[in-house]
Design a protein around this ligand. Structure first.
Ligand SMILES: [Zn+2]
Ligand SMILES: [Zn+2]
Length: 382
């Protein structure tokens, strides 16, 4: 059976391979002999299109003949199709990889007086909502059982969008009833490990852990110099990460004169005050906007990005009496939320000293809208 390699086609050639016989396959493969690192990502860096640079990665050398790969195992849990009516993206995904059935609703829980000011939609699936948001990881560099590192999943228009991939994110998706193989696009806020490292196990899983070989594209977006950053990761792990599906790596300029237009969502971004490359994201859907700050301290650019948003997922790392540069405290998070006029604030990226506080009450001193403290698995609807 012939297998097209569309990524190679984007570079001017269509490579045909042979799969399934485990013997003659390798001999028929005309794959490049080296991964992207050896080829040099910089040589392709001139493909700038407006404010985003598109880079099609070359295909890696196939490490094992098809059918003999000792790492490829069936994943029985993923054989079950999602029950009808419980997977809004299901119809759009017909013919794609199977999705995990949704976990029980009501994963998100209000803590203490959270969401005390309005009828929060937490834990209740609402009909017609355009953005289905799951806080997969609400933690930090501090290892904790309760909080995985940063990761947020937004389901919109039949696509699964991931924002940041800190340690534990892939398993956290499973815990939250999300299928890691369903990811269509990954957006990074900055390059710190607690926001990026699980891109390796995720792409490794897609390549070796899926029941069926992925064919549809995967797009990765990050702030400049994202291609350089991803190229370094690929230089170490690329042979095990890069699969036989189109993989796009798109560097984002620090401001977004034009959004990324997606089915059911438009993605804007703006600089955040944390690392030189840091950006925050705004996802606009039919029902309003969702903004995720990533790591930041107070910044007017984040206020502008969050202007009028339905839900603001904002970092709140440390207490007001022990602030750390590049991060927010409750008063800073409240200031951004108040100045931006958002409807709902959800606090994430919470270090243990801040977790010991009554954060809802602290935010309530400077912000009059709905307040939630994220827990891993929290579901939100916009
Ligand atoms: Zn950071
Ligand atoms: Zn962080």
């Amino acid at each position: 059976m012939a297998l097209l390699h569309p990524a190679a086609g984007a570079r001017g050639t269509v490579v045909r391979g042979v799969r399934g016989d485990g013997g003659s396959g390798a001999a028929h493969e005309a794959l490049p002999p080296a991964g992207p690192a050896a080829r040099g990502l910089g040589a392709l860096a001139g493909l700038r299109a407006g404010d985003r640079r598109r880079l099609r990665l070359p295909l890696p050398e196939r490490p094992h003949a098809e059918g003999r790969d000792p790492l490829r195992r069936p994943v029985p849990a993923l054989r079950k199709p999602a029950p009808a009516g419980r997977d809004p993206g299901g119809a759009a995904r017909a013919g794609r990889e199977p999705r995990l059935p949704r976990g029980p609703l009501g994963v998100g829980r209000r803590r203490g007086g959270a969401a005390r000011r309005s009828g929060a939609s937490v834990g209740l699936r609402e009909k017609g909502c355009a953005l289905e948001i799951t806080v997969v990881g609400s933690g930090t560099a501090v290892p904790r059982l309760e909080r995985r590192q940063s990761c947020v999943v937004v389901e919109a228009g039949g696509e699964t969008l991931v924002f940041d991939l800190g340690s534990g994110a892939v398993r956290g998706m499973l815990r939250a009833g999300l299928d890691p193989f369903s990811v269509d696009r990954i957006f990074f806020t900055h390059f710190h490990p607690d926001h990026t490292v699980d891109v390796v196990p995720l792409m490794f899983a897609i390549k070796y852990g899926a029941e069926t070989q992925r064919a549809r594209p995967l797009a990765l977006y990050g702030p400049d110099p994202f291609e350089e950053f991803f190229g370094k990761i690929s230089g170490v792990w690329g042979e095990w990460m890069l699969g036989y599906y189109p993989t796009e790596v798109l560097g984002l300029a620090h401001t977004s004169p034009s959004p990324v237009e997606l089915p059911g969502a438009r993605i804007f971004w703006a600089p955040a005050a944390h690392r030189p490359e840091s950006i925050a994201y705004r996802v606009e859907g039919e029902g309003g906007a969702f903004v995720y700050t990533g790591d930041t301290e107070y910044a007017a650019s984040v206020v502008e990005l969050a202007r009028g948003a339905h839900t603001l997922l904002i970092e709140c790392s440390f207490p007001d009496d022990s602030p750390v540069a590049g991060h927010l405290t409750p008063s800073g998070a409240a200031r951004i939320a108040s100045e931006a006029g958002v409807g709902r604030v959800v606090l994430t990226h919470v270090y243990p000293p801040a977790d010991a506080l009554d954060l809802e009450a602290e935010i309530g001193r400077g912000f009059s809208g709905e307040v939630l403290v994220a827990e891993d698995g929290l579901k939100l609807h916009v």
